[in-house]
Write a protein that binds this ligand. Structure first.
Ligand code: ADP
Ligand code: MG
Length: 323
């Protein structure tokens, strides 16, 4: 079982950012309104994630670390619904298989919390402990027992950059959650959790960007687009300014990028890319969910229609009089 977990872990856990992604998504699933993320050495030696969510009851802690163990799938219908949202019930077992992990968790109705330690997939201890409501994960020494994978890790600075990018996207897709991110004790990102996307954009990109936004809200062909576009005076030399979310999930899509850039063509200089934070709310039949779950690249089953709708939405918004 431990070997299988180690192999399975390779699918889910590639680098510190993969661990942070799984743990923060779990924290959000648990109803947290506040999530604190701390890393050291790019997350290779130390990751701590503290949430104020529902916690895990003591008698469910061990089970949560079993492969394919999830409390989130109830029906077959659910399965197809969330098929694109990541591996189900594999994160904790995978993380525990390739790290030294410590969990402290407490539900609101329990008097005491639980401290659980698991190293390389082997349980070390399970005991009562005093703790605040919510869950804290401490993850030490990624790949300490898998040297072959450790070799593929980049420098702490690069790994920290991946974590920062990830958290930026998670913050932009969850304005209702207050995020705090510290790298080696230094605060790198902080959002208020007040639910306002514009405020998150301010926190992530700063005042110059936040002062030059155009709100977009457009619905057609079963595609609802909301969010903010940058005025044509704010551009970048690369696509890092483009943030797309489909049904709450950060995605990369060459087609959406092209469509947005084409709509900006008459307004910005060549080789300049617009700022955009666009949320796409679509019904299932528009999205091809048969893509690798950890990949952010997704395909649409009705490409041309999606392209046209996005183009029109962006183009019309840019032509609005207040510009
Ligand atoms: P999944 O998220 O797909 O269900 P995971 O392996 O990520 O699988 O987590 C296993 C289970 O552990 C979850 O279904 C949930 O019940 C519990 N869990 C994990 N993290 C948290 C958390 N931060 N707060 C509350 N429960 C959690
Ligand atoms: Mg999970």
């Amino acid at each position: 079982q431990i070997t299988i977990d180690k192999i399975a872990a390779g699918e889910v856990i590639e680098r510190p950012a993969s661990i942070v992604k799984e743990l923060v998504e779990n924290a959000i699933d648990a109803g947290s309104t506040s999530v604190k993320i701390e890393i050291k050495d790019g997350g290779i030696s130390f990751i701590r994630i503290t949430d104020n969510g529902c916690g895990i009851p003591q008698d469910e802690v061990q089970r949560a670390f079993l492969r394919h163990s999830t409390s989130k799938i109830e029906t077959v219908e659910d399965l197809s619904h969330i098929a694109s949202l990541g591996f189900r019930g594999e994160a904790l077992s995978s993380i525990a298989a390739v790290t030294r992990t410590e969990l402290i968790t407490k539900t609101a109705d329990a008097e005491l919390g639980t401290r659980y330690v698991i190293e390389g997939g082997k349980e070390v201890s399970l005991e009562d402990t005093g703790a605040p409501n919510g869950t804290t994960f401490l993850v030490h020494q990624l790949f300490y027992n898998v040297p072959a994978r450790r070799k593929f890790l980049k420098t702490p600075m690069t790994e920290a950059g991946h974590v920062q990018d990830l958290l930026m996207h998670l913050a932009l897709s969850h304005p209702e959650v207050a995020f705090q991110f510290l790298n080696n004790g230094q605060e790198k990102l902080r959002t208020s959790g007040n639910g306002k996307l514009k405020d998150v954009i301010y926190n992530v990109y700063g005042r110059d960007v936040a002062a030059n936004l155009i709100e977009i809200d457009y619905e057609k062909n079963g595609i609802h687009i909301t969010g903010f576009l940058g005025k044509p005076i704010i551009t970048r030399g690369n696509r890092n300014f483009e943030n797309f979310f489909v049904n709450g999930r950060y995605v990369k899509s060459a087609m959406i990028s092209k469509s947005v850039e084409d709509a900006y063509r008459d307004f910005v200089m060549q080789h300049k890319f617009p700022f955009a934070v666009l949320h796409f709310h679509l019904s299932g039949e528009n999205v091809d969910i048969n893509v690798h779950p950890t990949k952010m690249e997704l395909r649409f089953s009705r490409q041309q229609e999606v392209y046209n709708t996005v183009f029109e939405a962006v183009h019309r918004t840019l032509l609005e009089p207040e510009l």
